[in-house]
Design a protein around this ligand. Structure first.
Ligand code: BG6
Ligand code: MG
Length: 214
């Protein structure tokens, strides 16, 4: 596979362009602490690529509290978690862009390949602004512009449709199984950022997006 043969490269944001998983973890862990149970890094793996609402459901399941709260209480918890998360990401700068990502994006654009963000996060626009790379994407599709969470393909299909590019001409960089499944369901080529021992079904495995720049 030659990455430069594609017409559109879609990037997941969290874990692909920037390591925000650590901040999601800290904010969720604080919520778990207030609810009185331990939330480990291993538990946090289950939240990767998953929407905020679904993340809360998984967290409550971990604590054995699945049916313990009303919808209103759960909404308050999600708001409180997000408030903490937004405080954490307010410290992000361009230094937090994962190695080689900016250079790779610039190179793709220089050779006429379109670039997109396909993220579940409603905080994607703010994160991209803080990193100073909003302008490196032709289109940004995130948790604000989608109805269905990954593994539903909507987030990736929207980019391709709006840029009028066939799905076979799109590749997706993803660090989460839900995202790889979404890319495959969209009929796109999935490139996993991570190991084949934990991520299944991708056409290629890389340690980071910067590894494919040459
Ligand atoms: C994904 C993350 O990118 O966005 C998930 O991998 C997160 O962990 C999801 O839950 C939603 O993010 P946010 O910022 O809208 O809460
Ligand atoms: Mg991710």
């Amino acid at each position: 596979m030659n990455i430069y043969d594609f017409k559109l490269i879609i990037f997941d944001l969290d874990g692909v362009i920037v390591d925000t998983a650590k901040y999601h973890y800290l904010a969720w862990k604080e919520l778990a602490d207030t609810l009185g149970f331990d939330f480990t890094h291993e538990h946090n793996e289950r939240l990767k690529g998953v929407s905020r609402t679904r993340s809360l459901e998984i967290l409550l399941e971990v604590g054995g509290l699945t049916d313990a709260f009303s919808q209103e209480e759960k909404e308050k918890m999600a708001v409180a978690k997000n408030k903490r998360y937004v405080e954490y990401i307010s410290t992000l700068t361009s230094d937090d862009i994962l190695p080689g990502a900016s250079k790779f994006l610039q190179k793709l654009r220089a050779v006429g390949i379109k670039t997109a963000i396909g993220s579940a996060s409603k905080n994607a626009p703010e994160i991209l602004e803080r990193l100073g790379i909003t302008d490196l994407f032709d289109i940004i599709i995130d948790g604000n512009s989608t109805q269905k969470a990954k593994p539903n393909p909507e987030v990736f299909e929207l980019s391709a449709q709006r840029l009028d590019i066939a799905s076979e001409q799109c590749a997706v960089f993803e660090d989460a199984q839900a995202g790889i499944d979404a890319a495959l369901a969209a009929g796109m080529t999935a490139i996993a950022v991570g190991s084949p021992e934990v991520l299944y079904g991708a056409s290629m495995y890389v340690r980071g997006v910067g590894c494919v720049a040459n």
